[in-house]
Design a protein around this ligand. Sequence first.
Ligand code: NAP
Length: 321
Amino acid sequence: MKAIVQDRFGAPEVLELREIDQPEPGDDEVLVRVHAASVNPADWYAMTGTPWVARPQMGLRKPKSRLGLDLAGVVEAVGGNVTRLEPGDEVFGAGTGTLAEYVTVPEDALVLKPAKVSFEQAAAVPVAGLTALQGLRDKGRVQPGQQVLINGASGGVGTFAVQIAKALGAEVTGVCSTRNLDLVASLGADQVIDYTKEDFTRNDRRYDLLFDVAGSRSWAACRRVLTQRATLVMVGAPKGNRLLGPLDHLGKVRLASLRASQKVLFFISKSRNEDLAALQHLLQAGTVTSVVERSYPLSETADALRYLGEGHAQGKLVISV
Ligand SMILES: NC(=O)c1ccc[n+]([C@@H]2O[C@H](COP(=O)([O-])OP(=O)(O)OC[C@H]3O[C@@H](n4cnc5c(N)ncnc54)[C@H](OP(=O)(O)O)[C@@H]3O)[C@@H](O)[C@H]2O)c1
């Protein structure tokens, strides 16, 4: 089968489309013929081998695993213990090495794809959708009527976060650049702030939850717009230096906020079957739709990661396999 492989860490040029052996499903696994995948900043970090503190997980000298975390496709074969899925089922979910024609995934990491949602739209969902859902519902504990600010509302996580925060009943303010103002408003944001023209931390409004995808501002600035009992959920941060990467910003905010009355949390999203099912229902109901800026063929994955690495993708970048 064809797959994206890399023998060393580096810029997108290290990625190659190569013929490798097709995997076989273990007893609890499903073999999926991938129709679409999508790229996430986590793939960019895994490709470049940065930040260096993450090298024990990524591989000290060369990559331990292939790229790709999101997938949508058709079940080709199932292991002996698999009961929920069967060959022919159209599924989406989270895996490892999904930038390939076939991938084996634990049964729990997949749910059925709603028929009205395309493979490309479904492949855009897993990592970004789970991050938005778990960050807002479980970490931010959004309540109906609360004021929620999403900083970085127009990218992969942000476009899902705006829609999910609205579905949870919040009054949502989205922060993005000029070209994305209409998009973020169309996703349901009640207010949209253009960060190239206005500083959201100099706003008169006060927010119960700051869902910080961009991580572009210091704690001292962010706290100005938080209520006394607010929560700051740190989702992402600028790429930072090669040693610490985004941990540099996350650590600084954590330290600076130690004595604050507000709650400050960082989390890493997890692939949970019940949360994928919740996203499946939101897609089925039309409450959430994927925003896909562009779809690339598998052979052009390097271009997708190069563009993603610039940090200004609009919604998701999908790979069509
Ligand atoms: N904690 C977790 O489990 C988890 C999971 C997934 C992702 N993440 C992290 O979350 C971050 C975003 O991921 P993603 O998939 O959404 O990335 P993405 O698709 O590349 O989106 C990045 C977005 O950030 C916006 N942005 C850039 N600079 C900004 C600024 N100064 N103020 C406000 N918005 C700004 C861009 O909008 P404009 O084009 O309008 O500038 C772009 O739409 C990354 O740091 C990623 O590593 C964390």
